[in-house]
Design a protein. Structure first.
Length: 145
């Protein structure tokens, strides 16, 4: 389990750590929230926040690529293409089909493509005007500090 997670603590959801200053990451969160209708699959936290610092050790954070990071319930960290595939797989239903197709892309090609988009994301997607947009009260429990 990652450093900072209380011994014996159990989570049944995936935590999606996103760059709070990235427009593409905000689009991802905006895509996932309504598709996880009951909020049972995902919790969200910015990589600049207290939850990320508490659950992911400094050594782990320093080694992470420029990527959305998934913290799985078993403590596994997923990044890049694997994180994208797993996010779709977690949504279930028809989203498992693109996840399965994405998994067929050869490993070196998929991470090269992911990294190419990550390098250009700030040019292609405007940074959010407000890193903490106002959220309806019923969604507050899905977002961690």
């Amino acid at each position: 389990m990652p450093e900072g997670l209380a011994p014996g603590a159990r989570r049944h959801h995936v935590i999606v750590f996103y760059d709070g200053n990235c427009g593409l990451c905000h689009h991802l969160v905006s895509f996932l929230v309504p598709r996880d209708r009951d909020g049972a699959r995902f919790k969200f936290a910015p990589q600049q926040g207290a939850t990320f610092a508490a659950l992911i050790s400094r050594q782990q954070r320093d080694a992470l690529p420029d990527s959305v990071v998934l913290l799985m319930p078993d403590g596994t960290l997923l990044v890049r293409w694997k994180a994208a595939c797993e996010t779709l797989r977690q949504l279930g239903g028809v989203w498992r089909v693109p996840a399965a197709l994405m998994a067929l892309v050869p490993h070196p090609l998929r991470d090269w493509f992911y990294d190419a988009v990550a390098r250009r994301r700030r040019r292609w997607f405007a940074a959010p005007i407000d890193t903490c947009p106002l959220m309806p009260p019923h969604l507050h429990d899905r977002f961690l500090p």
